[in-house]
Design a protein around this ligand. Sequence first.
Ligand code: NAP
Length: 314
Amino acid sequence: MRHAHLGWSDPICREVRGTGLMEKPRLMIVGAGGFVGAHLARDADRAYTVLRTATRGNRASGIPIDITSAPTVERAFEVARPDIVVLLAAISDIDRCEANPEEALAVNVRGAEHVAKACARANIRLLFASTAAVFDGGKHGYCETDLPAPLSVYGRSKAEAEAIVRGLMSHAVVVRFAQVIGFPVSPGTNSMVESLFRQWKAGKPTPLSTTEERNPLHVQSLSEAILRLLGDEKAHGTYHLGAGDSISRYALGKRLAKLGGFPEHMVEVQNGAVADRAPRGRDHFLLTEKYERRFGVQSPSCEQEIARCFHGIA
Ligand SMILES: NC(=O)c1ccc[n+]([C@@H]2O[C@H](COP(=O)([O-])OP(=O)(O)OC[C@H]3O[C@@H](n4cnc5c(N)ncnc54)[C@H](OP(=O)(O)O)[C@@H]3O)[C@@H](O)[C@H]2O)c1
């Protein structure tokens, strides 16, 4: 079996009508300024003409879009003329969603609907990023056919968006993952590792749960998996992505602190739920056999993915 890190098949270039020139497929990444999006945009550049979108606050770095507004979505599609769309844009902070359910509904549900409708109208392939939080975390190991039972506003918004995407486009790809690790291309995204390192550098210990288990994936492994799915024109439906084993947030924090050269006491034990935070499932271990079988790869281990955070860092 090949390791899941290794290459993907490049998509087929097509002729620009009547010119004899070959053009790479046009890949629009909605949410390209985010943690996952910036990595994907960089990695996809070889095989695709990458079209980045950016929100109003961030227009300099991409085609302007606010997915809560159908007209801006339509306009972005007119400007970008994509062949394929990856929808990563979301309110990805679970506590922010819990505190602002209307915002979560507007961005994560209605926003996804606007993008999926634009794709469906023009028959454009769509890959939608969802989450393990669509499950309640009450058992060890979820496969793609398990029924969603979200505990949080965030999980509900993503489960609803998935249903809308599938309803509008039976050939869409939905990818679910539990926890993405690694450093961001540039600061200010949803990168958990960056946020932990910032706190530890400031000498601030972080409580991390000993009871919440996840199977994390390094952001570049995720980007490679997304590119592999995009390169397979027949792939559709839901795919779970993640490491082949799981780890508690506490144990993950301990390993990151050790490999990052921080003292052990920077990671403190957190037991049970924390007041004023969104409910989190206990065990979000996503089974990845469907993806492994389709591509003849083996999911990496947690330890490999944690080590990958430090590749290239002296
Ligand atoms: N990171 C994880 O551990 C994790 C785990 C499971 C699932 N996911 C899912 O994976 C996807 C990517 O996550 P991430 O960690 O990269 O999140 P992120 O860093 O918070 O990035 C989210 C992106 O969404 C964009 N966005 C927010 N509101 C928007 C709006 N109204 N219109 C257009 N764009 C908007 C932001 O654009 P600007 O930068 O232009 O403001 C940003 O680029 C999300 O769907 C998230 O729910 C992430």
